[in-house]
Design a protein around this ligand. Structure first.
Ligand code: COS
Length: 378
């Protein structure tokens, strides 16, 4: 059950999404247009740094609250929800691992929503095997020189602050360090913008580093700590991706039920056909299971129990559910469901990559499997 505060947040966002986001979604999905003013307005609502301390301009709320916010935004736009989720993840890295100076310097413009934060781990040869990354950071007087290319970076080009993982030492995870790199840094440029199936409004780009100097003061924590920073951040990112999946699936179900109550065939609303009614009953049940699991995963983090297994289960269950439910919604709407006259085809396209980002669902199973082995061989 939602708390009073969560209910208030939800109601505020229902109005915001229908007035500010929803009117642009179909058109912007076609033109792949990200509107910074919409993101700025999310900031004005005080929601660009939900879980960050008030001291740095955040709202000081919980991960459970953040999940409510993201679910609600995802009902209108997965792209804006994801931008917010990734920006919050980069802020949480700064907050958890940054020095006081780094937090003061970088957090306020992110928590206020004036700027966006991004996270750069993947490379062409290291996706699931993230520890194999090749971008180098060579130590020089006063800092490091970065060389390499990051791939599939959400908010690439629109973000101003990037958390970049690069190799300062040996092969494997112990040689990886995390750096803060700003848009506009010399030697840092953007590569091609990816043409994607979904998430059309959220740009995905390559980041290219060619002798890019990063000062010592922009190293996070210490050399060799970057992989742990990335994985700890992904644990939370996986929960927030789960919450986006829940919102998206819920909206797809809403559309399917509404349509099936109105659409008549064989002299009755198609909702009355048990075949379809059972489909919707299953969709609703799967969404409820996902919501509860995401909530549980978020609660664990809020209570300080870092339960990686449950976080992975939440991401796995919620994103598989979003894929199934959005596909079924298209089926229920039939011919029109497949056209852009109704939003469900967009929902189905937006659902697919949720099963891939922040660790593929196969990687989630690897982590869950490892946890099981540990539990049963103690
Ligand atoms: N938080 C902090 N540290 C963690 C961690 C976590 N959740 N999980 C693992 N670590 C630490 C381990 O303790 C280990 O350190 P020590 O050797 O000092 O003990 C280190 O990280 C390496 O862990 P592990 O040996 O498990 O690493 P693997 O290379 O086997 O990979 C997986 C682990 C596959 C789980 C990891 O690479 C992964 O999540 N891959 C997917 C990457 C991803 O999500 N990419 C998407 C990017 S954003 S779209």
């Amino acid at each position: 059950m939602l708390s009073e505060l969560q209910l208030e947040l939800k109601n505020q966002l229902v109005r915001f999404c229908s007035d500010v986001i929803e009117p642009h979604m179909e058109e912007d999905d076609k033109s792949e247009n990200f509107r910074m003013d919409i993101y700025n307005k999310i900031g004005e609502l005080g929601l660009a740094g939900v879980t960050l301390p008030e001291e740095y301009g955040g709202a000081g709320l919980s991960y459970e609250d953040l999940c409510v916010v993201l679910s609600e935004i995802a009902k209108s736009s997965v792209s804006y929800a994801v931008t917010l989720s990734v920006s919050t993840m980069s802020q949480s890295i700064l907050n958890d691992f940054g020095t006081e100076e780094q937090k003061k310097k970088y957090l306020p413009s992110l928590t206020s929503g004036e700027e966006i934060g991004a996270f750069a781990l993947s490379e062409s040869h290291s996706g699931s095997d993230a520890a194999a990354l090749k971008t180098t950071a060579k130590k020089v007087e006063g800092g490091y020189i970065l060389n390499g290319t990051k791939m599939w970076i959400s908010s690439g080009g629109i973000a101003k602050t990037y958390i970049v993982m690069a190799r300062t030492g040996e092969e494997g995870h112990r040689g990886i360090s995390a750096f803060i790199v700003r848009d506009g840094a010399q030697g840092f440029s953007y590569g091609k913008k990816e043409q994607k199936m979904g998430w059309k409004v959220s740009p995905t780009r390559e980041l290219i580093f060619e002798n890019c100097f990063v000062s010592d003061s922009d190293l996070l924590k210490e050399e060799g700590f970057g992989f742990k920073i990335a994985l700890a951040a992904l644990d939370k990112g996986r929960i927030t991706i789960g919450s986006i999946a829940v919102g998206l699936a819920q909206r797809a179900l809403d559309e399917a039920v509404k349509y099936s109550l109105e659409r008549k065939q064989f002299n009755q609303p198609i909702f009355e056909f048990q075949g379809l009614q059972f489909m919707m009953a299953e969709m609703a049940t799967e969404i409820e299971c996902s919501r509860l699991l995401v909530e549980e995963a978020a609660k664990n983090y809020d209570r300080g129990h870092k339960n990686q297994k449950v976080a992975c289960m939440a991401k796995l269950k919620a994103t598989d559910t979003a894929m199934k439910v959005t596909t079924d919604a298209v089926q229920i709407l039939g011919g029109v469901g497949y056209t852009s006259e109704y939003p469900v085809e967009r929902f189905m396209r937006d659902a697919k990559v949720l099963q891939i980002v922040e660790g593929t669902n196969q990687i989630q199973k690897v982590v869950i499997g490892r946890s099981l082995k540990k539990e049963y061989t103690k």
